[in-house]
Each structure stands twice: as structure tokens, then as C-alpha cells.
Ligand binder design. Structure first.
Ligand code: C2O
Ligand code: CU
Length: 458
């Protein structure tokens, strides 16, 4: 055997060398890369974000030409505490104009990344975003210029704002779900045909933190309780989560922690939404369980299939003793459900995506008094579901098709199912010009958007 040792050694050296040049990673869990905070002050998070073209190997053997923030896909994870000031020095090195929208953050409208308020950042240009973080929860960022063409190339990232009352658990996983179309020649598909404009563009590869769903493994120990913070950053894809043999203990939504957590076997997360869950490892040591997204009929022409988003992999360690979920509770003031009503009629006759018969950007801005409570009646007169998103404020969905919803949750994005009416209570506490739109990106970019102007009463 002795004479074979050099060969074995040579093989090992070769393998080690080739591993180093591999860009894609082995199956496993890819943690988001945290942003570099270059400010030492405790209450300031200051960072650079550069939007640029970056080649990365996500699909083994293919160098995909993505658009990224800081060469990272998804963009860096921004973490801060509630009340902190966030300063982002943004530079645009893309060949097109762009902005950053801070989805869900109740910040001044001049920082919201909407081109009605501030000019887009031209190629080679820069912009400084600066604001305080008013709420704890999970949020995300993405462009707000031709969003349907820019976001699917890779421009999105997560923001976690820590606050009081968070549960302490052994592991917290921040999971950015999305999809992309990686073509063999390295280009990224962004749709563009009639069909994908109508349905919303769904990339063929499902992604978790920018890595292929099929190679994503979430390690867990039997009996362990983990916290999962999820965002659906896909441009159109609905995620109807199921983890066989497990229940999701939902502790928070778009706007932070719930008053009363609840258990569910299925969790629908529409584009733009976030959920905060506790998951107990009820499986057996050594087993694998698929985290599935089950088919959801949102009225699209392409029929939906079931997908595996990740594999929950149990270690062989002996199960931990059963522990109860840490108590999570935060008082949520009930907004009045009898406030003056405002109607939003959502239609998509043919390719005419409209709200109240108007198509962005030719819309009438609705004037609203600062501090006003309103009930928004979101009436979907189309044959597709639409995830309705409002900038600048949260709201409380409280009724669907005349039936009261079971719990009080803060959202900035809510699904309005086809041929249904959802009522949400809004308090217009944040002055400014705010967009609302469908978060199926091709719908918004084809007109399904509107604008309110919240100002102190004269
Ligand atoms: Cu996440 Cu106006 O968007
Ligand atoms: Cu829509």
C-alpha cells in the first residue's frame, strides 16, 4: 500500500484545491451575511450599500450574472435595535436607475425610495438614506424603480430590528425565501411576456437565502425549539408552508410580535409578507422532514405545484426534554373597525391592472388627515389573488367576506383573495405621500398602484 500514498496525497491536494475554487457551497444552511456597521456609536448603524453587477455560482456549474447589493445575494442582513438610527451610503453601479425602498419601515417619505418623492439614483450616482427605526420586527429592502425587472435579478435583503419581549431560544434562523430563473448561459430571466405579466413572474428555482432550496438543510435537534423569521421576497410566488408532523407557533407578523401567539399547520405567506415562528423539533433523531410549499390557487394561468423549500435535518443527539414555548405577548391596541370607510376596488380586466379604475402613474392622490382612523375596504373584483401593500403605515386586517378574522395582527401587506373583500383598519399616523400597490411586481408595474397624501388637517 505504501507506494500508493503519494497518489492519495496528490488526490487530496487536488480535491482541496478544487474545493477552494468552487463558488457554490455544499448542501447546508447558508446564513445571511451581516452588514458591516462602520459606526462605533451604540445607537447608530451605518453602512455602505453598492448596487452592482455580480457573477455568482448559485446553480452548480453556472456563473449567473446577478444584480446584488455589495456582491451579496441576498443583500447584507441589516440588524439594529428599535430606536437606532440607520445610515446607508448607497451607490448605484448598475447600468440603470434605481432606489432602495425599506419595505415596512415607518420612516419619512423622502427616505422611502419612491420616485414620486425623490429622483431615482442614476447609474454612477449615490444617495444617503438616514432615518430612525421606529418598530421592532423583520423588514426588507428592494428597489422601487421597475421593481418587476430589478428585484428578480437579485436585489433584495432583510432587516431585523430587535425590540423588547423577544423569546430566547437556542437558534434563530432568518430565512429569505425567493425564486429566480437561472439560465444556462448565465443570464437571469425576468419574464416580460404577456403570460408572466398577467400571472406575475415566477423564477423556476426556489431559493432560501440565495441558495437553491433543494440544497438547503436546516439542522435541528429533537426537542429543540427554534425561531424562524421569514420573508417572502419573491416577485409573485405564494408560499403555503407545511412541515409534516410539526406545527408552526406563530409569534409575529409584518409589524412585529403578536398579542397572542397561535398554532397552525399551514401558513400562507404572500409576496412582501413576513412571519415570525417558533418551531419545536417533534421529529425523531436522524430523520429528515421536508419543509413544503403546497399549491395555492391564486388564479394564475400556470398551475401551481408543491415544492420543497428546505430539508429539516435531525441530528442523532438524544432528544431534549420537552420544554414549553417561551411566552411571547405584546399588547396591540385595537384600531376602530367602525371608522369612516374608504373603498379600493381592485380589477385586472385583460391586462389592465387598476385600483378604483385608475392605473399608476395616472392616479388621483387621496388626501387624508394625519392621525385619522379609517377602514379600508379592499374589494377584489378580479379572478386572481392580489397581495395589497401600503407604505408608511401598518394596518390591522379584521374582516374577510363579512366574517371577523380570528386575531389582531399588524401588517403592511395582506392577501386579498380573488372575488373577495378584506377590511383593514388603518391609523394614518405617519405624515407623507405613500404608495399602496399589489406586491405581485408585474401587476404593480403595470398600473395596480395608487397614492395617498397624509398631512395635518388645515
Ligand atoms: Cu415591497 Cu412598494 O414595496
Ligand atoms: Cu396583483
Amino acid at each position: 500500500m505504501k507506494f500508493r500514498a503519494p497518489l492519495v496525497l496528490a488526490t487530496l491536494v487536488f480535491l482541496a484545491a478544487s474545493c477552494r475554487t468552487e463558488k457554490h457551497e455544499e448542501p447546508g444552511f447558508h446564513e445571511l451575511v451581516p452588514a458591516h456597521d462602520r459606526n462605533a456609536a451604540p445607537n447608530v448603524v451605518e453602512l455602505d450599500l453598492v448596487a452592482k453587477e455580480t457573477d455568482l455560482e448559485v446553480v452548480p456549474g453556472v456563473r449567473s450574472h446577478l444584480w446584488t447589493y455589495n456582491d451579496q445575494f441576498p443583500g447584507p442582513l441589516i440588524e439594529a435595535n428599535v430606536g437606532d438610527t440607520l445610515i446607508v451610503h448607497f451607490r448605484n453601479e448598475l447600468p440603470v436607475a434605481t432606489t432602495i425602498h425599506w419595505h415596512g419601515l415607518r420612516i419619512p417619505d423622502a427616505m422611502d425610495g419612491v420616485t414620486m418623492m425623490t429622483a431615482p439614483v442614476e447609474p454612477g450616482g449615490s444617495f444617503e438614506y438616514q432615518f430612525t427605526l421606529p418598530d421592532a420586527g423583520m423588514f426588507w429592502y428592494h428597489p422601487h424603480v421597475s421593481t418587476d425587472k430589478e428585484l428578480p435579478r437579485g436585489l433584495y435583503g432583510a432587516i431585523v430590528v430587535h425590540g423588547p419581549g423577544e423569546p430566547s431560544v437556542s437558534a434563530t434562523r432568518t430565512l429569505v425565501f425567493s425564486d429566480a430563473m437561472f439560465r444556462g448561459d448565465g443570464s437571469i430571466g425576468v419574464g416580460g411576456g404577456m403570460m408572466s405579466d398577467m400571472d406575475g413572474f415566477e423564477g423556476s428555482s426556489l431559493l432560501v437565502n440565495g441558495r437553491l432550496a433543494e440544497s438547503t438543510i436546516l439542522p435541528i435537534r429533537a426537542g429543540e425549539i427554534q425561531r424562524w423569521r421569514l420573508v417572502n421576497a419573491a416577485g409573485a410566488r405564494y408560499l403555503d408552508l407545511s412541515l409534516p408532523g410539526h406545527t408552526f407557533h406563530v409569534i409575529g407578523t409584518d409589524g412585529g410580535l403578536l398579542q397572542e401567539p397561535y398554532d397552525t399547520d399551514r401558513l400562507l405567506i404572500v409576496p412582501g409578507q413576513r412571519y415570525d415562528l417558533l418551531v419545536r423539533g417533534t421529529g425523531t433523531p436522524g430523520s429528515d422532514v421536508a419543509l413544503k410549499s403546497l399549491p395555492h390557487d391564486r388564479g394564475q394561468m400556470n398551475t401551481e405545484a408543491s415544492h420543497t423549500l428546505a430539508t429539516l435535518r435531525y441530528s442523532n443527539a438524544t432528544p431534549l426534554a420537552a420544554a414549553s414555548f417561551p411566552v411571547v405577548s405584546r399588547a396591540i391596541e385595537a384600531l376602530p373597525t367602525g371608522a369612516p370607510e374608504r373603498m379600493f376596488d381592485i380589477t385586472d380586466a385583460g391586462m389592465s391592472f387598476a385600483i378604483n379604475g385608475e392605473q399608476w402613474p395616472n392616479v388621483t392622490t387621496t388626501q387624508i388627515s394625519l392621525g385619522a382612523d379609517e377602514v379600508w375596504t379592499l374589494k377584489n373584483d378580479s379572478h386572481m389573488d392580489h397581495p395589497f401593500h401600503l407604505h408608511g403605515q401598518f394596518f390591522q386586517p379584521f374582516e374577510k367576506d363579512g366574517v371577523a378574522l380570528p386575531r389582531r395582527e399588524w401588517h403592511d401587506t395582506v392577501n386579498v383573495p380573488m372575488s373577495s373583500t378584506v377590511k383593514v383598519a388603518v391609523r394614518h399616523g405617519n405624515p407623507g405621500m405613500w404608495m399602496f400597490h399589489c406586491h405581485i411586481l408585474t401587476h404593480a408595474d403595470n398600473g395596480m398602484a395608487g397614492m395617498i397624501d397624509v398631512q395635518p388637517a388645515p
